[in-house]
Unconditional design. Structure first.
Length: 412
């Protein structure tokens, strides 16, 4: 590797090679195709390491913990490991760089995703891929049962699912994720729409509030009463999506990022009849999550932080965000969503549903903690109990006590 002061901007070990670690994702494939443009514009070289999610996590756990300097830019999941990485001091403070770049126009980023890449008032990541929950539904089944519009409220969702199920033997009115941990993210929008959350403003567990108990009972009840026959309690998105795309369910709440599974005729039997609607409103309104599923950060131990920022400034800039969004990768910039070109490749009703999520969205779809996997297991148990006909309220009380202990332990 050639060491150079060129472009280093004062980093003591600045190099003209920026080492970037990325995950296997369509965003990554898109950006790799145009990296030569960045290299030509800047005179820098980009060295990419591309890994699967598990490999990526393993590498970060080893290298970041050891203070390794051979990662400059890192693609990471703000809501899965962001809190842990920030608490451990792995992520460089990007606040001044982002706010000081006129071309980058940091104010263009949506407030909610940025909140998830901010830790203790410091910007530690830039959101590059967002997800919002929307309601997938079957237009033909609604029409057959006499409904002229998808459900605007959760009560209407229940009523429509019940009628469509009765009108179409063998077709479930509703399908969703059911696995204890897997369901937490999609359940979160129901929790927020009932007026609940996983913790309160002071950081105390709140999965036993009246709102949370109602949300658990409602979500579980829909799957128990209107879900597929003999519904299992270990479904992730792939199993639930398969049921929907095989024409075996009327409604399916899911991340918008997966919509092509439902609209691609090669993957979906319902590609011609699938529609998309905003998250139906509960007592607290329509409160879907609006999250950054992936972000870019700079390794605090990197000696090449200024050049690392130059890569992020380009990769998350307006031009690249627009190109990514046109390729079906939802971004976090307001200007791209307001640009007709930015939503030109999305189904019109999907774009409309996302617009609602952007306005009303909540910036997390799981507890924001260091040990996310364990937290999801705890707060997801009442979902399973509600699906199987157990006492959802009692389960919520048990889960809340366990979750509070978890939070107390993590605070020590």
């Amino acid at each position: 590797m050639t060491l150079s002061a060129c472009g280093g901007g004062g980093d003591s070990g600045a190099s003209d090679t920026v080492r970037v670690t990325l995950v296997n994702h369509v965003w990554t494939e898109n950006i790799r195709k145009v990296i030569p443009q960045f290299e030509q514009e800047t005179g820098l070289k980009v060295e990419v390491t591309q890994l699967g999610e598990d490999q990526l996590s393993d590498q970060y756990n080893v290298k970041l913990n050891a203070g390794s300097r051979d990662i400059d830019v890192m693609m990471y999941r703000p809501l899965q490991e962001g809190r842990l990485f920030a608490e451990n001091g792995y992520l460089a403070d990007l606040t001044d760089k982002a706010e000081g770049s006129a071309d980058f126009d940091f104010a263009d980023f949506q407030e909610t995703p940025v909140g998830a890449t901010t830790h203790e008032d410091k910007l530690v990541g830039i959101p590059i891929i967002t997800e919002q929950q929307v309601l997938y539904y079957r237009k033909d089944l609604l029409e057959k049962s006499g409904f002229t519009a998808p459900p605007a409220t959760l009560d209407e969702l229940k009523a429509q699912a019940t009628k469509i199920q009765a009108d179409n033997p063998g077709v479930a009115g509703f399908v969703a994720r059911t696995g204890k941990a897997a369901a937490v993210t999609q359940f979160s929008s129901f929790l927020y729409s009932f007026g609940g959350d996983f913790v309160d403003a002071s950081g105390k567990a709140t999965v036993n509030t009246p709102a949370a108990k109602q949300a658990y009972a409602f979500y579980g009840g829909l799957l128990r009463e209107n879900g597929p026959a003999n519904v299992s309690t270990d479904m992730s998105w792939s199993e639930a999506m398969a049921i929907f795309t095989q024409g075996q369910a009327a409604f399916y709440p899911e991340a918008n990022s997966l919509y092509k599974n439902a609209t691609d005729p090669a993957k979906s039997k319902v590609s011609e009849t699938v529609g998309f609607a905003p998250m139906p409103a509960g007592p607290a309104g329509s409160k879907p999550y609006n999250i950054p599923s992936w972000g870019l950060a700079v390794n605090e131990s990197s000696e090449n932080q200024d050049n690392a920022w130059k890569f992020i400034e380009w990769a998350a800039g307006k031009a690249q965000t627009l190109e990514q969004q046109k390729a079906g990768v939802p971004g976090a910039r307001t200007s791209v969503w307001e640009n007709p070109e930015g939503i030109s490749t999305y189904p019109a009703d999907m774009a409309d549903a996302i617009t609602v999520s952007l306005a009303n969205g909540v910036g997390h779809d799981r507890p924001v903690v260091e040990r996310v996997a364990q937290a999801r297991e705890i707060v997801g148990q009442p979902i399973v109990d509600a699906i199987t006909g157990g006492d959802a309220a009692a389960s919520a009380e048990t889960a809340n006590a366990a979750f509070q202990k978890f939070l107390d332990d993590e605070a020590r």
